[in-house]
Design a protein around this ligand. Structure first.
Ligand code: KG4
Ligand code: ZN
Length: 342
């Protein structure tokens, strides 16, 4: 089976061609092309939805045909067209959804709609060897979710952020430090040179027995530290601040995930999303899982951010479960799994 997968939910237009034999958990990435809009949005300090939609329109067609050419195939060779339909920026989603519908209709191919969060988790399926049930953790610029998955197609969100996503907290505090959007990767490097105990930070999770997170208190605390120092003419050590902020986030993630794994009696954790490129978070999860006998899967960093490969991997299981979409498919900015952008 040859999948053409399209992702356009936020600020990356991405298309991949992936082959996978029916009923077998094996994948071959035939092509994986991404048109990033980061440079366009960087000057605004965040994603501008209207600009994102327009940039997707400009990129989508040539990118899709480049993905086919890179894979050495043509439209007629494709067996299934997959597309992210929710959640995300509506103007951005609609570009991918309408292109996928047009391509599927014109070439008489089946169409599969993919939830973006499920897609991030599916980046882990590429390496193979994963068995459900598992707990999944997705952290990106728009999402922070803990999911209980009974199969590759049945996901239940059991925890999420009640305000900012983890990536958003990095991006907004990083902006105050004068870093360029998106700030996560730069803060990862600064944190490596800092003392994580230098500042005592509030936690990034809610202490009410749920598996939820709240990042706004931590974000405001971090920004206020910088504002106060500025007013007093004091210098803040950004390395220490990034290290302390990152430690609070890592501790909260580990705390909530371990509770959820134990309460659910599940021993497999799949982590994914752009923030999982963070070296400190990856190390924290490796340590936590080693110590507690949990099998941990994380995608390689190049599959952590938005990409078409993960959409193809998720689509395979939706397709094999007979969950097809039709020409009435629409984009949805939020879904029952999550409600924020991306
Ligand atoms: O999954 P993604 O590419 O797009 C969304 O769906 O949002 O995630 C982007 C987010 C941004 O907030 C970015 O700052 C963050 O992932 N990010 C990181 C790192 N690399 C990217 N955050 C922390 N450490 C990193 N190394
Ligand atoms: Zn994403």
């Amino acid at each position: 089976m040859l999948y053409l997968a399209i992702e356009s939910s936020c600020d990356e237009t991405a298309v991949a061609v992936v082959s996978s034999p029916s009923g077998v958990d094996e994948f071959e990435i035939r092509s994986n092309v991404i048109a990033s809009q980061i440079d366009i949005h960087a000057k605004f300090g965040g994603v501008v939805p209207e600009i994102a939609g327009r940039a997707h329109i400009e990129a989508i067609s040539s990118l899709a045909y480049r993905a086919l050419a890179d894979a050495g195939v043509s439209a007629k060779d494709i067996d299934c067209v997959a597309v992210t339909s929710e959640p995300g920026l509506i103007g951005a989603l609609l570009v991918g959804v309408n292109f996928a519908k047009g391509f599927a209709y014109a070439n008489k191919k089946p169409l599969v709609a993919v939830n973006h969060i499920k897609g991030h988790v599916a980046a882990n399926y590429i390496e193979g060897g994963i068995k459900a049930p598992f707990i999944a953790f997705v952290a990106s610029g728009g999402h922070t979710s803990i999911i209980r998955a009974s199969s590759f197609t049945d996901f239940e969100t059991v925890g999420r952020t009640l305000d900012d996503a983890i990536g958003e907290a990095f991006d907004k505090t990083g902006r105050k430090m004068g870093l360029t959007y998106p700030c996560g990767a730069a803060m990862d490097k600064l944190a490596a040179k800092g003392d994580p105990e230098a500042y005592k930070m509030p936690p990034a999770h809610i202490r009410d027995g749920s598996y939820n997170f709240s990042l706004s208190g931590l974000k405001t605390f971090t920004i206020n530290l910088m504002n106060t120092a500025e007013m007093k003419g004091e210098e803040i050590n950004f390395n220490d601040l990034c290290a302390s902020l990152t430690k609070s986030i890592c501790d909260s993630v580990a705390h909530q995930l371990l509770r959820c794994l134990r309460d659910s009696n599940i021993n497999t954790l799949l982590a994914a999303g752009g923030v999982l490129a963070n070296t400190h978070l990856r190390r924290t999860l490796v340590r936590m899982c080693d110590k507690n006998g949990i099998e941990l899967h994380m995608p390689p960093p190049y599959l952590c951010g938005d990409n078409g490969v993960m959409i193809a991997a998720a689509a395979k299981y939706e397709f094999e479960a007979g969950r097809y979409a039709d020409m009435s498919l629409d984009g949805a900015p939020s879904s029952k799994d999550d409600w924020k952008r991306c």
